[in-house]
Write a protein that binds this ligand. Structure first.
Ligand code: HPA
Ligand code: ZN
Length: 347
């Protein structure tokens, strides 16, 4: 399409653009204030005595140092209303960032191991998503397996959740998250095969901290539709070519990568190299309450650091709709909305 000279600075144009978010862990949207409010409501004892001391602990050195705090934060979630409140708080932030479609991850095993049934989590999350849909934010829900636990545990979680995939049309897929190193995708081949047989969408975190071989495993053994993160693909030229040729999208999370020390400086981020190579990269927030920003702050950070131009930002926004798990008609409508905005028609 023809791109006109931006009338507003590019970061602002991107902030106001209709956009998707395809990589957001709903438990990672729990702000410290809400963690403390829910802890009080549910009589849960936290290891931190104030909001400030919890926030001070958000100085991560790698993925595991973050996950330890992330699971502690999620321990305050007990009731359906807790999951509703958490999800609605995220939806408010997403709407403020002009997100029109979001695909949300949740971690049932984090809750079932504390005695909270998966049905309770899904009911609260889905009720908030239904309410947000009335306000212009459509959504999907993706159940993630914790890869530091066994495949038997993932299989049991999947079996227990099967009726929910029937009852909640928004729940359309499975994913794989948590500690990557030492837990390759191949560990979960059978549970992904079962999910695939049910017609579910498949995604997996791979190549965040783990090597390119984990991305190959996600593609070849799990047969994923998208790769979450995938930034280490840049180390393998054949893999980059394959991702570009197949248009299997990467859900990249710039502030997460910076906070978890995947890159020591945002100017070293490989997003632009991947984009230049034709890979379908998207921009997302991952765990916005922990990494210092929601989706628009991720766009701002990466546009500034990598000096992205108008066409590149448009491509990333468009990729975010092309890679979403909506119907072809819905995808076309989302892209038309973006095009009208980007060309200035609806600005
Ligand atoms: N990586 C792996 N697991 C996670 C993440 C992440 O960035 N966030 C929440 N769980
Ligand atoms: Zn993630």
């Amino acid at each position: 399409m023809t791109i006109t000279t931006p009338a507003v600075p590019l970061v602002e144009k991107a902030a106001r653009a209709p956009k998707s978010e395809l990589h957001i862990h709903i438990e990672g949207s729990l702000e410290p204030e809400l963690i403390f409010a829910l802890a009080q409501r549910n009589n849960v004892k936290l290891a931190y005595d104030s909001i400030e001391s919890l926030r001070r602990a958000y100085a991560f050195t790698d993925l595991q140092s973050f996950l330890d705090i992330y699971y502690a934060g999620a321990s305050v979630l007990l009731t359906e209303q807790d999951f509703y409140d958490m999800t609605m708080a995220y939806c408010e932030r997403a709407l403020a960032d002009n997100v029109v479609h979001t695909e949300i991850f949740f971690d049932p095993q984090t809750h079932t191991e504390r005695g909270v049934p998966v049905a309770t989590a899904v009911a609260g999350i889905d009720r908030a998503l239904a309410d947000a849909e009335q306000r212009g934010l459509t959504s999907k829900l993706i159940l993630c397996f914790l890869r530091h636990l066994s495949e038997a545990d993932a299989l049991a979680t999947f079996e227990a959740a099967l009726p929910l995939f029937e009852s909640y049309p928004r729940m359309i897929g499975v994913g794989l998250d948590s500690s990557e190193r030492g837990h390759p995708p191949s560990k979960f081949g059978r549970v992904f095969e079962k999910a695939r047989a049910k017609g579910l969408k498949l995604v997996a975190h791979a190549g965040e901290e783990g090597p390119p071989s984990y991305i190959y495993e996600a593609l070849d053994l799990l047969k994923v539709d998208r790769v979450d993160h995938g930034v280490r693909s840049i180390e393998d030229a054949a893999l980059v070519t394959r991702l570009a040729d197949t248009r299997v999208a990467l859900t990249v999370c710039p502030l997460s990568n910076l906070k978890l020390c995947v890159f020591d400086d945002m100017t070293k981020h490989t997003l632009k190299d991947l984009l230049d190579a034709g890979v379908a990269v998207t921009v997302n927030s991952d765990d916005p309450a922990y990494f210092g920003g929601y989706v628009n702050e991720n766009y701002t950070a990466i546009i500034d650091a990598l000096k992205l131009n108008d066409q590149e930002v448009y491509t990333i926004l468009r990729n975010g709709f092309e890679a979403s798990f909506v119907s072809p008609a819905e995808r076309d409508a989302l892209i038309a909305k973006l095009d009208a905005y980007w060309s200035g028609t609806t600005r």
